[in-house]
Design a protein around this ligand. Sequence first.
Ligand SMILES: Nc1nc2c(ncn2[C@@H]2O[C@H](COP(=O)(O)OP(=O)(O)OP(=O)(O)O)[C@@H](O)[C@H]2O)c(=O)[nH]1
Ligand SMILES: [Mg+2]
Length: 441
Amino acid sequence: MRNNRDTIAAIATPNGEGGIAIVRISGPEALPIAERIFRPSQKSAAFEHGRMLYGYAVDADGSELDEVMAVYFQAPRSYTRQDVCEIHTHGGVSSALVLERAVKEGARPAERGEFTYRAFINGRIDLSRAEAVMELVSASGEKSARASVRQLKNGASVRIEKCREKLKDIVTLIDAAADFPEEIDEDVTFERVRSLAGEVLQELQKLADKRYARIMNKGARAVIAGRPNVGKSSLMNALLAFERSIVTDIPGTTRDTVSESVSISGLEITLTDTAGIRDTSDPVEHIGVKRAEESVESADCVILVLDASEDLTDEDRKLLAQRDERYILVANKADVKREDFGMCLCVSARTGEGIGELSRRIYDMVSAGEDDEKLLTLRHVECAERAMKALERLMSAPEGTYLDLLRDDATQALLCLGEISGENVSESVIDGIFERFCVGK
Ligand SMILES: Nc1nc2c(ncn2[C@@H]2O[C@H](COP(=O)(O)OP(=O)(O)OP(=O)(O)O)[C@@H](O)[C@H]2O)c(=O)[nH]1
Ligand SMILES: [Mg+2]
């Protein structure tokens, strides 16, 4: 358990050089500490809530350390709901000097995520919103950043809260039936309970999408596969718009997987070029082919490349037979001969024809359902999945089952959903979440 009552300080901006850096101080001593290390340029100026002051950060002997701006947020109208002062210094060493001053004046260096932890403990945000803050600061692309902001504004947590209300209703209904057996018909309660549980289950099925959460957090994975020499590496380079993979006319050029990230319409996508898949006795190439097959297995999108300038080979047919809904079929070298094999997108890595359309199709495939207010964090999806298991148990109970058993399932689901907002969650889970933050957040 962290001490929540002392005064903490940290640099809230990233390490290294920058135009400005912000030293943030939070706790009961924030204001007196700031008053000792900041001197306004106008003698009469004093800290008041939300007003930016101009002046100097000063050392213990009164000498000036840096020209700065400073602002005070009075509790509870601050990020942590405590008194907060921020000193905006020039980037580089001066922020470190100001932080050092704050610590000398009595602040404790903040731990990872401690400001956001205080916002959570003091009830300003729930756990799912604290996690959204973290995802926002580490977002891999515009798309996931926007989704984090939606979560921060409480999209999915409001819907989870409604589910919890319904589950509490179930428990109340069952308790009432137990307390007033003469007045309340058990069969009616049973039906009512099942219908409420069904509604919650349906809502959770919409909210909990593991694939979506993973893509929003870690980005999507698209893999370029095909037999040797069809132009996979050339396509990789065309999609990236720079020469990343080696291209030659020798089949078997690419021997290992080559990955590079690219942003398509704001979504972070890791593109992987792979070794051409074929039977081979070369031990090195054999390992490469295995890796290619593994990459295909775990991909969100597989770009299967065929060669439009040649007839289909047995290797092509073998690969085509494995295709599923993640596949985009591409006929490359359309500049030589246009052959779409009846189902492929014709492209040319050489002329650039069809590359824009291919990007669009990759995006469409991996971003499906992006606008829904789905759960964004894998931890939340896992909590929701456990709640769904309990509700499925409830729903499959045959008529005449003791209402008490249904009550157990509903309570179980309720507890699982409470872990999302942080209402019933263990200290160690909370610590684990905040430890993944950086210092200063
Ligand atoms: N005309 C034409 N040639 C292409 C095109 N794309 C690739 N090539 C040529 O096809 C040959 C093979 O290209 P790569 O990109 O190395 O093919 P790959 O599929 O990565 O081959 P491996 O790594 O050996 O599996 C090279 O000579 C390329 O210049 C295209 O769109 N049009
Ligand atoms: Mg290659």
